[in-house]
Design a protein. Structure first.
Length: 255
């Protein structure tokens, strides 16, 4: 069931969204060659704790997962697309890192992700990141009252396909509110004019993830969480929590 939020709920979700933005900024500032992924997770935990927030990621266990998620961030490096489990891996110069983070404050959730390069940036990684971010911006721009979910999905997918990138079929955005994952699903590819009609008060997480090799295939690591490209190509992932309003899209996870 799709829940339409009140204006007061949107304001409450904005509080959670700021915490997410702060956590992502702190992680990005900390990331450097030699830093372990577990250290990035500790940084995010500190931000959430100091804000009085809890993590919707920690202990989360959907039907596909063999174990509950053990961290407050997903840390996906290079050929890892999403859901990377922070471990003892030390970041290296040139790594392409995607960090996904959520927060819950007073019962309302926020969810966002960003991708960045550690140290030396490869031109092909810059293009991948810029394109994925442009797809996010296109999806946000399409999230207006009277449009449909398919319009958002089409806006995202058109940017990725035009650039020659792959799009993993089974993973995309979602509704969000009191739970991190709510209806409606927001695929990263779709047909315009189809799907749920967007109304004032609908809140969705829009999250394009593109694969540099152009293929759509992926495989899960032994941990049952981390998804990787099967061709070894790199991936990028950006996400914002966005409210549909009569005044246009309202991004709730900006700083």
């Amino acid at each position: 069931m799709v829940e339409i939020k009140t204006d007061a709920a949107l304001d409450a979700m904005r509080v959670a969204g700021r915490v997410v933005a702060d956590a992502l900024a702190a992680v990005r500032t900390t990331a450097a060659p030699g830093v372990r992924l577990t250290e990035l997770d500790e940084v995010a935990r500190t931000v959430l704790h100091e804000a009085g927030a809890t993590s919707p990621f920690l202990g989360y266990r959907p039907s596909f997962a063999p174990t509950p998620f053990p961290a407050v961030i997903c840390a996906s490096v290079n050929d890892a697309i999403v859901h990377g489990v922070p471990d003892g891996y030390r970041l290296r110069d040139g790594d392409l890192v995607s960090i996904d983070c959520g927060a819950v404050v007073d019962g309302w959730a926020g969810d966002a992700a960003t991708s960045f390069t550690v140290g030396t940036e490869h031109p092909e990684d810059r293009r991948l990141k810029e394109t994925t971010l442009r797809a996010l911006e296109a999806g946000i721009a399409a999230a207006v009252v009277g449009a449909r979910i398919g319009d958002v999905s089409h806006a995202i997918g058109s940017v990725g396909r035009a650039a020659g990138y792959g799009i993993p079929e089974d993973f995309g955005g979602h509704g969000i509110g009191r739970a991190m994952h709510e209806d409606p699903p927001v695929p990263n590819e779709g047909r315009p004019g189809r799907g749920f009609v967007l109304r004032h008060g609908l809140v969705i997480a829009i999250e394009p993830m593109f694969l540099a090799g152009g293929g759509d295939h992926y495989a899960a690591d032994a941990d049952g969480w981390t998804l990787r490209t099967t061709d070894g190509s790199r991936a990028a992932h950006f996400e914002h929590t966005v409210a549909v309003t009569d005044d246009g899209p309202r991004v709730l996870t900006l700083p």
